[in-house]
Design a protein around this ligand. Structure first.
Ligand SMILES: Nc1nc2c(ncn2[C@@H]2O[C@H](COP(=O)(O)OP(=O)(O)OP(=O)(O)O)[C@@H](O)[C@H]2O)c(=O)[nH]1
Ligand SMILES: [Mg+2]
Length: 220
């Protein structure tokens, strides 16, 4: 897939109608500062589409971006933002979970974790939560540019163990070098355009494999 058109649609505090609603949605979840907004910008090749910041807690609402007029990327606020107090934390949790549980058009979640560190308890809880609500998800391990290739590979099993996922469910990513962009885009392609099973017009066997004497299946 190539992103040819990407546009900010709206910011919501809770899930409600928005222009174009009904097209598939792909959401970004993960702790504050992990790189959710940067991932959207990198996928869309537009550094000014989603606001990013080195200060955690930049995205405070559910931000929707229309991609190729075909689907939405949903930038969720991050969890685990230390500066927010109890009430604010609960409000954000409500916003994130309200969206994840109630969007009937949600097709897939990209759960972002920092490739440099062991995922936090909150990351593990998010993976368990996504499993519990039956949301389909993949893991994007961000900030890969800060590690050597050898270190990147070494950290994958740590993420697998903590989130209880398989290595093939993890894509290593860098919003700086765009490492992993083609993989994420082809993952999205597969989700948005699932291959129809091939038409069942029978298997044609070569001449010498045809069984003219009736079925050869073992008799009970
Ligand atoms: N080196 C490097 N820095 C990154 C990468 N992705 C994000 N960053 C930086 O990490 C910081 C946070 O990125 P954001 O994209 O704003 O993070 P976020 O997950 O949207 O954060 P919240 O909106 O607070 O939930 C910014 O300073 C980014 O430039 C990456 O792949 N490599
Ligand atoms: Mg953000």
């Amino acid at each position: 897939m190539r992103v040819t058109k990407a546009a900010f649609v709206t910011s919501l505090a809770e899930l409600k109608r928005f222009p174009g609603r009904g097209r598939p949605e792909i959401a970004m979840a993960g702790r504050s500062n992990v790189g959710k907004s940067s991932l959207i910008n990198s996928l869309c090749n537009n550094s000014r589409l989603a606001r990013t910041s080195s200060e955690p807690g930049k995205t405070r609402l559910i931000n929707l971006y229309a991609i190729n007029e075909q689907f939405f990327l949903v930038d969720l606020p991050g969890y685990g933002f230390a500066k927010t107090g109890g009430d604010e934390r609960r409000r954000w949790k409500g916003m994130i979970e309200g969206y994840l549980e109630n969007s009937e058009f949600l097709r897939h979640v990209l759960l972002l974790v920092d490739l440099r560190h062991e995922p936090s308890e909150e990351d593990a809880q998010m993976a368990a939560y996504l499993r519990a609500i039956g949301a389909d998800f993949s893991v994007v391990a961000t900030k890969a540019d800060k590690l050597s290739k050898a270190q990147q590979s070494k950290n994958i099993p740590v993420i697998c163990r903590k989130l209880i996922v398989q290595p093939w469910q993890i894509i290593t990513y860098s919003a700086q070098t765009h490492q992993g962009r083609d993989k994420v885009l082809s993952l999205l392609d597969g989700i948005l355009n699932p291959q129809k099973p091939p038409a069942d017009d029978g298997i044609v066997l070569p001449e010498d494999l045809r069984f003219d004497d009736g079925p050869t299946r073992e008799q009970p």
